[in-house]
Design a protein. Structure first.
Length: 281
């Protein structure tokens, strides 16, 4: 019997993308599945509702925007019985035919895989580095300081993984939440997404906690999707830049705990604040 699957996406003023998302989803998986769309208090929720009403998907309209991870949690909680797998995905993703079938097949082949992520392509068909190492202090600082002026610097290469564009199934520290198949057993064991991450780094944190619990994060380039762009976040780029760096600090400060590391945490906060100022000036 085919494993049960719940697809959950979170929309925020995404009515222009949701129709294409649902159309490609129908060709990506051949076995029965359920779809829940959680709207994070969008201005265009009625337009989204009209599109969704013509499909088998279910729309949950929230009164407040609690962030991406909280929206995913609301969708999972509303579903009720735990499925075998949960596909966490952005609404501006376009699926290749049978791509989800491939992810499910790989997850079934590797029962120790807590998450499985596909190859993610940008609209110009370049491969987005969606399977990365967990950020450390050294790679994080090097990537933050040099990634724009010197894109091929060694710290960015180490963080993004030089083999991110390869064709081989491999382990990763974390996988992009733009499209991520999660085993419900593993997801429930670690408590799901941490709602304190409003946006960004919720997928890094999830991958880190899955790894600490003994689960693998598998990058599966045999399946591919196209991520058409940061649709909702681009609507307020300045604010999202600040949120991104706040989430980065939250993740790193939790990694480097202890009273004796207080000066280090202060230095990280200062460096990230300077980077926000520099990028948004």
């Amino acid at each position: 019997m085919a494993p049960s699957l719940l697809v959950v996406t979170v929309t925020y003023n995404s009515s222009s993308a949701i129709g294409s998302f649902l159309s490609s989803l129908a060709t990506a998986v051949s076995s029965p599945f359920s779809t829940i769309i959680v709207d994070n208090a969008s201005a265009d929720v009625e337009a989204t509702r009209a599109i969704v009403s013509a499909t088998d998907a279910r729309l949950i309209a929230l009164d407040e925007n609690g962030g991406y991870g909280a929206g995913i949690t609301a969708g999972i909680d509303a579903f009720g019985p735990s499925p075998d797998y949960i596909l966490v995905v952005n609404p501006d993703v376009h699926f290749a035919e049978h791509s989800i079938d491939t992810l499910l097949e790989i997850a079934e082949q590797y029962p120790d895989a807590g998450s499985v992520g596909p190859r993610i392509l940008d609209p110009d068909d370049t491969v987005y580095p969606s399977a990365r190492n967990l950020p450390s202090l050294r790679t994080g600082i090097g990537h933050a300081v040099f990634s724009r002026a010197w894109p091929n610097n060694p710290w960015t290469r180490r963080y993004r993984r030089s083999d991110s564009t390869g064709d081989t199934l491999r382990d990763a520290g974390w996988l992009s939440g733009a499209c991520l198949l999660v085993r419900s057993e593993a997801y429930n064991e670690i408590g799901g997404f941490d709602p304190s991450f409003f946006m960004y780094f919720e997928d890094v944190d999830l991958g880190a906690r899955l790894g600490r619990a003994g689960w693998r994060n598998l990058y599966a380039p045999q399946a591919s999707v196209v991520h058409t762009g940061a649709h909702s976040t681009s609507q307020n780029a300045g604010a999202m830049e600040r949120v991104h760096h706040e989430s980065a600090y939250r993740f790193l400060s939790r990694k480097y705990t202890g009273w004796y590391l207080a000066p280090l945490r202060l230095a990280i906060r200062f460096a990230l604040a300077v980077r926000v100022w520099w990028r948004s000036r």
